[in-house]
Design a protein around this ligand. Structure first.
Ligand code: PLP
Length: 389
């Protein structure tokens, strides 16, 4: 009954969302904090105002949302929280969102450089469709966001997965050698998942300079607000650079399904062509309005990010003090393993105690647990469970 192309589908398996029990969820890198009070208020207002107008389509191109995203990026320099560099206070009050001169984006991000979609997952699928072809492989790291291979299967695009280095960082030299050998595009998350390790902007800049100029170079910045460096400033120079971002992690909005691209207007126009050939209206009225509200309160999200960063560093220290090997994280999760500890069993024991963390069975990372950073209370609960094991 099914088509040939169905054979290429290998659906992504998301972190479990069980409803049988009220678990503490530290398995899907969701933000433990509620959205800004401004967003909550907007939700109520929009529900009232648009209830009578639900029969009307939303703006197909999310123009007001694009403007709000551009304004937020210009205001913050593309990263919500740089307190690691500035010594912010532990309670989050030291979080800053206005960048110093050296962190500012050296040009104005304009709305025509932004593309909005139904979660960055949808946006990424359009990126694969528009820019990667079946005539040559896409180069990516052996361990990165595991949805990329799913899209590659969907569109029948071959992959060239380059092993990580022994310290779990990207092997940029080998990735470049492979990309140049086949004149291929490149994609990775920065900071990377599930490792949590990031490249500096200067490292990505050097990489783009040495990569094929006629192929799109994709950097997925889903986690950049937790201590990474954004590559948005590099758009001034690199017309083949495409940056993917999401409201799901640092903007406390996984349930809104909002993702976006920042790139040259030319690349954005191609994504719009794909959208208009598949689904004219990927972002509903509510998500557009709530996204705009979220962009207007960057300070709130910067404080949340700062709290998460403090909690992450505490938790990594807790694990290390107990003999765990913890990769240096610039994200809202840690990736850790311990000699003599079977990760899958530990995952099960933690789950039995009411807390969900993530275990990947893929060969090479099967000894690790990926643990999302929650609130202080959630992390205290997890620490207590881990002490008792
Ligand atoms: C969470 C995540 C996404 C997906 O985000 P959505 O906007 O919720 O679809 C994309 N890329 C990476 C690397 C992620 O970790």
């Amino acid at each position: 009954m099914t088509t040939e192309r169905m054979k290429n589908l290998h659906p992504y398996v998301p972190g479990e969302q069980p409803k049988d029990r009220d678990y503490i969820k530290l398995n899907a890198n969701e933000n433990p904090y509620p959205p800004s009070p401004v967003v909550a208020k907007t939700a109520v207002r929009v529900a009232r105002k648009y209830a009578a107008r639900l029969g009307l389509y939303p703006d197909p191109d999310s123009n007001a949302l694009k403007s709000a995203i551009a304004a937020m990026l210009n205001q913050t320099g593309g990263v919500l929280c740089r307190t690691e560099l500035r010594g912010g206070k532990k309670n989050g009050s030291g979080a800053v969102c206005s960048p110093s001169a050296q962190d500012r984006i050296p040009f104005a991000v304009t709305p025509d450089m932004v593309y909005c979609g139904n979660g960055s997952d949808e946006v990424l699928s359009f990126v694969f469709y528009a820019f990667f072809d079946s005539d040559r492989p896409v180069v990516l790291p052996s361990f990165t966001y595991s949805f990329y291979p799913v899209y590659a299967g969907f569109y029948a695009i071959p992959l060239n997965a380059v092993p990580l280095r022994s310290d779990w960082s990207l092997d940029t030299q080998n990735m470049l050698a492979e990309a140049n050998a086949t004149d291929s595009g490149i994609i990775f998350a920065n900071p990377n998942a599930p490792t949590g390790i990031g490249l500096t902007r200067a490292q990505v800049d050097a990489m783009i300079r040495a990569a094929p100029k006629d192929r799109v170079f994709v950097v997925d910045e889903a986690y950049v607000d937790f201590g990474g460096e954004s590559c948005i400033p590099l758009l001034a120079e690199h017309k083949n650079l495409l940056i993917v971002r999401t409201f799901s992690k640092s903007l406390c909005g996984a349930g809104m399904r909002l993702g976006y691209v920042v790139a040259s207007p030319e690349l954005v126009a191609h994504l719009t062509t794909v959208k208009n050939s598949l689904n004219h209206f990927p972002v509903d009225v509510m998500a557009q309005r709530l996204g705009i509200a979220a962009c207007g309160d960057a300070g709130y999200y910067a404080r949340c990010a700062r709290l998460i960063v403090c909690e992450r560093d505490d938790f990594a220290a807790f694990l290390r003090a107990r003999g765990w090997f913890v990769l240096p994280s610039q994200t809202n999760f840690v990736f850790a393993k311990k000699d003599g500890v079977r990760a899958e069993e530990t995952y099960r024991a933690i789950k039995a105690a009411g807390i969900l963390v993530r275990h990947f069975s893929a060969a090479g990372i099967e000894d690790f647990l990926r643990i999302t950073i929650g609130t202080r209370a959630q992390m205290d609960a997890l620490k207590a469970v881990m002490e008792s094991l």
